[in-house]
Design a protein around this ligand. Structure first.
Ligand code: ADP
Length: 301
């Protein structure tokens, strides 16, 4: 198969591992910096240009789009999709997962447990918003934040109001969420491939930060999921339309709650901690599903 990994960093651990494994399994692999792709859109003749030339057809693409390039990156993914390439993450699914409000709406509709979440535009009904989120302390999250940046813990109603007002004045969309105190500073990352969890790790903040995934650090350890947790992770992946993803969850007094589904989860920590060959599991999944996709295309033609 011809496989393209859409990534800005060819030295990135996950990109390198996927390339290495796919090559060893006999595939032709190219790492394409999607930020440098450009597209000529014309009726019946979509062309993706890269480094001054047109790209050939790829049987499969693995998008690894950086958060800050979501809009441009997903437009490029969409172009590959329209050329009939199988993708491990569709542009629609990536976009959905990058918008926390949209993602929570999709998850809730599919019956996936999430923390109590309120979306508000103004602070006029402030008391009601706070009480719907379960009162203070509560979490206020920027709708498009990542790596824990833009996640604030407000201890008192006064602090909550000040933060909401600040976001409101700046025109930033935010969510108000119940604070899961019992697992503060800890979360679980389950890597899903197809309808299976292939690795799960617990991440813990190194200091007293309630966020387990900030760049300041956070250590990971292997963890065994309960059946309920495994089912929840798989259900979340399915609901988001992301067959290969990382599902972040928190253990709460009322069971596991999904925080986020990540379309380009890193393999680095999960592989290093669990010693499992997750890159091979990913490529195997692509081999089976890209073939199905190509067959379907031929039947449809
Ligand atoms: P980001 O996408 O910016 O990483 P998350 O929603 O994943 O934002 O939150 C970052 C971290 O903050 C989580 O890994 C978790 O440790 C902590 N956190 C997030 N939401 C809550 C919550 N409702 N209650 C307690 N801790 C939370």
């Amino acid at each position: 198969m011809k496989i393209a990994i859409l990534s800005k960093g060819s030295a990135n651990y996950t990109t390198r591992r996927l390339k290495e494994v796919a090559k060893a399994r006999g595939h032709e692999v190219k790492i394409i910096n999607y930020a440098k792709c450009y597209v000529a859109i014309e009726k019946d003749k979509p062309v993706i240009r890269y480094k001054g030339g047109s790209l050939d057809h790829f049987d499969a693409i693995i998008p690894r789009i950086a958060q800050s390039y979501t809009k441009y990156g997903t437009a490029i993914v969409r172009q590959f999709e329209s050329q009939g390439s199988y993708t491990t993450a569709t542009s629609l699914a990536i976009n959905r997962s990058r918008d926390k409000l949209r993602a929570y709406q999709v998850l809730a509709k599919a019956g996936v447990a999430i923390p109590k979440t309120v979306f508000a535009r103004e602070t006029a009904n402030f008391e009601d918003v706070v009480s719907l989120a379960g009162g203070t302390p509560l979490i206020i999250k920027v709708a498009r934040g990542t790596h824990g940046n833009g996640v604030v813990l407000a201890e008192t109603p006064k602090a909550a109001k000040a933060v909401m007002q600040a976001f409101y004045v700046e025109g930033v969309n935010f969510l108000v969420q119940e604070f899961i105190k019992e697992s503060a500073g800890e979360d679980i990352r389950a890597l899903v491939v197809g309808s299976r969890v292939v690795a799960s790790i617990k991440r813990q903040s190194l200091d007293d930060d309630f966020r387990s995934n900030t760049h300041q650090g956070g250590v990971g350890t292997a963890i065994k999921l309960t059946d309920e947790e495994t089912k929840t992770a798989v259900k979340a992946a399915k609901a988001m339309g992301l067959p290969i993803c990382g599902v972040d969850m928190m253990r709460s007094n009322r069971g596991v709650l999904v925080l986020e589904v990540n379309s380009s989860a890193s393999l680095k920590t999960p592989e290093q901690i669990t010693k499992r060959d997750l890159a091979t599991k990913t490529i195997e999944y692509i081999e089976i599903n890209a073939k199905r996709n190509n067959k379907k295309d031929k039947i449809g033609a």
